[in-house]
Write a protein that binds this ligand. Structure first.
Ligand code: SF4
Length: 337
């Protein structure tokens, strides 16, 4: 066991860091086939540093999913990481890249869940009508979940129709009203998440017969990704291995402490472009997509042109929706609704 790196972590004076080293040592030692997912983002940089420090036998396999639509700065950063740590990061290509998925299935809009429900409704040729759930269930059979989302209600034979707040369209203010007034004339889908990210990772985990997969999710990052987890470790039946999140409990201050003490450098996406986070390039789910697009246009202009070609319909529709929300809010304020 690499005790020295554990002892050294005490010099950080940060218990969250010490604790992460203690747990990382145990996870690496207790498992034989260990995979570590690298994204090129700042959280992933810290995870890689921890794991590389504790992995004295070099058993960990590092991999990166190439979605087919990536920042040049991210690709350059992967080369930098390989040199810095003297490791290989396997580049995994999906069967269907993001541009291919979008052209085959449709553009993402608002969020993964919203896109999924809208995709299902479109597949059933839904006309975006405002009718009670029972009427719609008869009109569009085999589309129950999406119709429940649309109607903010669920139906059981025992209790009939009940109001639903979670998983309902009302979670996105004025979205239903907006869609009814502006029905989408283009396909919407969340399939790129599935084909360009989830499936290739799952397949690689299966091929490697991994015992454990390591990722860079932090609780404090917020959003659905971290809300799905309660602690730094979970077993996943669908993936067929455990998932370990070494920096799950790191707050932003812990990240800063770590970066300073261990000398972690991030990609140009952060240091030069000024991005705060690096998810998929130009993903329409990003609430700050307008600012991100300005940055992409400045620093990676070819990627900007491609992003507009791929996601343009969603950008326009999202802008229209946001303007609609603003208008409804001000009407509401003035008592004109
Ligand atoms: S995060 Fe956005 S761009 Fe990336 S795969 Fe999912 S929907 Fe597509």
């Amino acid at each position: 066991m690499n005790i020295d790196v554990y002892q050294q972590s005490f010099d950080t004076g940060n218990y969250t860091i010490v604790d992460s080293y203690s747990k990382a040592l145990r996870r690496i030692n207790d498992n034989s086939t260990v995979l570590c997912s690298i994204s090129g983002g700042s959280d992933s940089d810290i995870v890689l540093d921890i794991i590389h420090n504790v992995d004295d036998s070099g058993k960990v396999t590092y991999y990166w999913i190439d979605t087919g639509f990536e920042y040049q700065a991210t690709k350059d950063h992967l080369d930098y990481l390989e040199n810095k740590y003297d490791i290989q990061i396997k580049r995994i290509k999906p069967k269907k890249s993001i541009p291919v998925c979008v052209s085959e299935y449709g553009v993402p809009f608002v969020s993964k869940y919203v896109s999924e429900q809208m995709m299902r409704l479109q597949l059933h040729k839904f006309q975006w009508e405002d009718e009670p759930l029972k009427v719609l269930l008869e009109r569009y059979p085999n589309c129950k979940t999406a119709l429940q989302w649309w109607c903010n209600a669920y139906y059981t034979a025992e209790n009939g129709v009940q109001q639903m707040s979670r998983f309902s369209i009302n979670r996105n203010k004025w979205l239903k009203e907006f869609i009814m007034q502006n029905p989408p004339d283009f396909p919407i889908s969340n399939k790129c998440c599935e084909y360009a990210k989830k499936k290739p990772a799952k397949q690689f985990i299966k091929e490697m017969d991994a015992d454990i997969e390591i990722t860079g999710i932090r609780k404090s990052e917020g959003g659905i990704r971290s809300a799905n987890y309660k602690s730094c470790f979970s077993e996943s039946k669908s993936k067929g291995c455990g998932t370990y999140r070494p920096i799950f409990w790191y707050a932003d201050g812990d990240k800063r402490d770590y970066e300073q003490f261990y000398g972690v450098n991030h990609s140009r996406c952060y240091t030069e472009y000024g991005l705060k986070r690096t998810g998929c390039v130009g993903c329409p789910f990003n609430p700050r997509i307008t600012e991100e697009l300005e940055i992409i246009q400045k620093y990676e202009p070819k990627l900007y042109t491609a992003a507009v070609n791929i996601f343009g319909k969603s950008y326009e529709y999202t802008k229209k929706y946001r303007d609609f929300v603003k208008m409804m809010k001000s009407k509401d304020k003035e008592g004109n609704l």
